[in-house]
Write a protein that binds this ligand. Structure first.
Ligand code: PXP
Length: 248
């Protein structure tokens, strides 16, 4: 198994919020496929998309378009429902990350409780694994959740970094939440479970996370899309301005 000591940390780019921008006006642009291809061309190691029950950002067709267009591994984030498992079995992404989902939440606000939902998660993990799809469980950095994830046969876990990000923002980048991530990552590695992490990560707060033991992949979305908007603004204005000035 790759570890932080022997392999570079993989970057999974979450393109959900390209779709958020597109859906705001019902336009065909910005294209999630174009954003994924730009990520691929610039060193991303994977593309992640979360098909939510309410389809508020990526739609079913986006996932199939992505699968056909990219050569990178596709990670489908989804709730553990029969509908989503059926879509995943048809889509055949490289990996599924099972996440908790509540309709009213702004984003995925906590990790799965694998202990409470063990039976239902076991069924889906088994079905997906049997179909050759890797399964990751999005959990809080907690040893009991790691144990439960391993017990139900998940190959990977993704630690929710949201609380760490809040603590970082409050001026305590190396506080209890980073320590919690460290301890749980070490525990997972020692247990033979591959460690991913993500949620709320930015250029500003990602640094301390990079030293998590055995860290395999980070999934980062909102901040990359936000940076793309600002960093790309100059070129977009310059290009439009050129079109206008050349027009007469
Ligand atoms: N990982 C998981 C499991 C998620 O649900 C999300 C948000 O969809 C992310 C990573 C990416 O979070 P962010 O958009 O805050 O970078």
């Amino acid at each position: 198994m790759p570890t932080a000591d022997t392999a570079a940390i993989r970057l999974g780019v979450n393109i959900d919020h390209i779709a958020t921008l597109r859906n705001a006006r019902g336009t065909p642009y910005p294209s999630v496929v174009a954003a994924a291809l730009a990520s691929q061309a610039n060193g991303a190691d994977g593309i992640t998309a979360h098909l939510r029950e309410d389809r508020r950002h990526v739609k079913d067709a986006d996932l199939f378009d992505l699968k056909a267009a990219i050569s990178l591994p596709l990670n489908m984030e989804m709730a553990n429902t029969d509908e989503m498992v059926a879509i995943a079995l048809t889509l055949q992404p490289h990996m599924v990350t099972l996440v908790p989902e509540r309709r009213e939440e702004l984003t995925t606000e906590g990790g799965l409780d694998v202990i409470t939902h063990q039976a239902a998660l076991t069924r889906s993990t088994q079905a997906l694994t049997d179909a050759g799809i890797r399964v990751s469980l999005f959990i809080e950095p907690d040893n009991a959740q790691v144990d439960a994830s391993k017990a139900i046969g998940a190959e990977l876990v993704e630690f929710h970094t949201g609380k760490y990000c809040h603590q970082h923002l409050a001026g305590d980048p190396t506080g209890s939440e980073l320590q919690r991530l460290h301890a749980a990552a070490q525990y997972a590695v020692d247990s033979g479970v591959i460690v991913n992490a993500g949620h709320g990560l930015t250029q500003d707060n990602v640094g301390p996370v990079l030293s998590l033991p055995g860290l395999y992949e980070l999934n980062i979305g909102h901040a990359i899309v936000a940076d793309a908007v600002v960093m790309g603004m100059g070129e977009a204005v310059a290009t439009m301005n050129r079109l206008l000035k050349q027009g007469r």
